[in-house]
Design a protein around this ligand. Structure first.
Ligand SMILES: [Zn+2]
Length: 259
């Protein structure tokens, strides 16, 4: 009995992983089309960006096609970016991990949809230095809809207002120099997902992460103080960590500042 249980559980994990890989593959395609503003954002067959040959099913297997073709197009030998397998694996690992952690939660589907959008925004900001409203606004709408079903709804609305204000103040005070409009969307989304007071810890955590990432690059002169830094690259990992372990982290945070 237990052996069968283990096998069934393993099959569910593998199935979740494969579905997440395919979602990651869809994401790479979606991000590419959004960036180059191609028509038919979610439809139309995939093609090689260099020679425009339509790709066959064999060339579209997540990660494996890239490995087998050694990161090249089979037709024109153009290099296929390492971002493709990286994004696919990023989606597969993160979504499967969240599905395992929250498998018994009533909020499982809300969480997985939110994580899917967070990953889209993360990879878009890190790869293209963009936060597209065509992704951010549906994500905000979903987070807002979810907040109505969560215990203590108002704390999530307060979180949203704080996240939005934090970036709106910087945006308008610096006349768009310090942060972009997309960062306001990310702040609002983060607040709606984490709620009050988790949003504060999330922001703090994001900036600590940002500091650890940018300081060595500044010292090595790979970055200057004027370089554009993708805030989403720090805000979104912080949001994911807070969604996973927010309550525990909050307790540690309170004890650190002596409350
Ligand atoms: Zn090609």
């Amino acid at each position: 009995m237990t052996v069968i249980c283990v096998i069934i559980k393993l099959m569910i994990v593998v199935f979740t992983f494969v579905v997440s890989l395919c979602l990651g593959s869809f994401a790479t395609c979606l991000l590419h089309r959004l960036h180059f503003d191609e028509k038919g954002i979610a439809s139309g067959r995939s093609h090689c960006p260099a020679c425009h040959v339509k790709l066959t099913a064999r060339e579209l297997i997540p990660v494996f096609s890239w490995l087998i073709q050694k990161g090249q197009c089979r037709h024109c030998r153009a290099k296929i970016s390492f971002w493709y397998p990286l994004i696919e694996i990023g989606f597969a690992v993160t979504l499967t991990f969240f599905a395992l952690i929250f498998q018994k939660s009533f909020d499982l589907y809300w969480i997985l949809i939110s994580v899917f959008f967070l990953l889209l925004l993360f990879f878009q900001d890190v790869r293209y230095l963009e936060v597209d409203r065509r992704i951010a606004w549906p994500a905000i709408f979903i987070a807002l809809a979810w907040s109505f079903f969560r215990e203590g709804s108002s704390s999530f609305w307060i979180g949203g207002v704080i996240g939005l204000s934090f970036y709106a103040v910087q945006y308008f005070c610096s006349r768009k120099k310090w942060v972009g409009a997309g960062d306001m969307d990310l702040g609002l989304l983060m607040g709606l997902l984490l709620g009050w007071p988790q949003i504060l810890v999330g922001l703090f955590f994001a900036y600590v992460l940002g500091l650890f990432w940018t300081l060595p690059l500044l010292v090595l002169k790979k970055l200057t103080l004027k370089s554009a830094v993708p805030m989403g690259g720090f805000l979104i990992p912080a949001t994911l960590v807070m969604l996973l372990w927010g309550e525990g982290i909050l307790e540690i945070y309170w004890s650190m500042i002596g409350i």
